[in-house]
Design a protein around this ligand. Structure first.
Ligand code: IPM
Ligand code: MG
Length: 369
């Protein structure tokens, strides 16, 4: 029995479809391992806009604060493209990150052996790939002031966003990256554009100083963001942990995820600072978005959402064994040749969301014995 509080926010598009498969995995944990959670569910994004007129209610943010962990689906719906920025579905995730202080987004890109052929890169470039992008998520150009769209005296309009980072913001996310590296291959690559941006110059200085002060045992390198994008495609296995700001991290993590064959495969964790009572706010979400183009057709890949749940069990609930089991069940299911459309390759069997969910639960049964 566990009394862990879990808040589930399926969101828009394929979010609710893939979250249904997580519910089945959670039900399996109850049935076969006697583990239950105190689960509540709520609306965010376009579905919340439709029901309540806002992308996320204060009440939901409060629930998220009180939860031991949040499992998030995805938000975004072209139906709301016309509304102002403060009302976009995407505001739901941005607000959660900001209000809960979720500053470190861990985005792993790991290639499953069974899927080396699903990558658009050659198998020998991506085989065994295992990198972790640590993306800062509450600062940078996403939140910097000034921002807005103004009309100039001559009638032209001007859009403004500001990239800003402080020493503290850089240090705390770099610490997460160095700590993770120590448990992995012990190497961090810090990414910015110090050749054109003062914020990048400061980023590099702060990471360098912190490294010298507290993490000299970890190998540190620096790379310009554009070069990093190129190196990720040329030779991705040179990286272990990459640490970078909000915007570059958004781009590079999408790029890195595609090395694994599909956006539909990758989970992520976003962590805040550890509170004085030992609790650490955390939100888990797939890297993929709401994919409105395939929503409602039952063909979405549920793996990223299920692996996000596995990450949650590992990092927030300390349930290593269950987390391992879920990851192993996903790998075993892939070994049997089932594929959703996004990871389909020759000779494999193409299936929909629920058949894949079923197969993962069956593999869990086998592992449980
Ligand atoms: C992501 C998404 C979000 C982001 C959007 C939905 C606001 O692309 O989590 O990567 O840009 O951070
Ligand atoms: Mg993104």
């Amino acid at each position: 029995m566990s009394t862990k509080k879990l808040l589930i926010l399926p969101g828009d598009g394929i979010g609710p479809e893939v979250m249904r498969e997580v519910a089945r995995v959670a039900a399996w944990l109850g049935r076969r391992r006697g583990i239950t959670f105190d689960i509540s569910e709520d609306l965010v994004g376009g579905t919340s806009l439709a029901e309540y007129g806002v992308p996320i209610r204060e009440e939901v943010i409060q629930k998220a604060r009180e939860a031991d962990a949040v499992l998030f689906g995805s938000v975004g719906d072209p139906k709301w493209a016309h509304v102002g920025f403060d009302k976009r579905p995407e505001i739901a995730i941005l607000k959660l990150r900001q209000e809960l202080g979720l500053f470190a987004n861990l985005r792993p890109a790991k290639v499953f052996d069974a899927l080396v052929d699903a990558s658009t890169l050659k198998p020998d470039v991506v085989k065994g790939l295992d990198i972790m992008i640590v993306r800062e998520t509450v600062g940078g150009i996403y939140f910097g002031e000034p921002r807005g769209i103004e009309t100039l005296p001559d009638g032209q309009r001007r859009g403004i966003n500001t990239e800003v980072y402080t020493t503290h913001e850089i240090e705390r996310v770099a610490r997460v990256a160095f700590d993770l590296a120590r448990k992995r291959q012990n190497s961090v690559c810090s990414v910015e554009k110090c050749n054109v941006m003062e914020s990048g110059l400061l980023w590099k200085e702060v990471v360098t100083d912190l490294h010298a002060r507290e993490y000299a045992d970890v190998t540190l390198s620096h790379m310009l963001a554009d070069n990093c994008a190129m190196q990720l495609v040329r030779n991705p296995r040179q990286f272990d942990v990459i640490v970078t700001g909000n915007l570059f991290g958004d781009l590079l993590s999408d790029l890195a995820s595609m090395l694994t064959g599909s956006l539909g495969m990758l989970p992520s964790a976003t962590l805040g600072a550890v509170h004085s009572d030992g609790r650490r706010p955390a939100l888990y979400e797939p890297i993929h978005g709401s994919a409105p183009d395939i929503a409602g057709r039952g063909i979405a890949n549920p793996i990223a959402q299920i692996l996000s749940f596995a990450m949650l069990l590992r990092y927030s609930f300390g349930m290593q064994a269950e987390s391992d089991m879920i990851e192993n069940a996903v790998a075993a299911m892939l070994g049997t040749g089932l594929r959703t459309a996004d990871i389909m390759s020759e000779g494999m069997a193409r299936v929909g969301t629920d058949v894949m969910g079923d197969a993962i639960v069956r593999e869990l049964d086998k592992l449980q014995g």
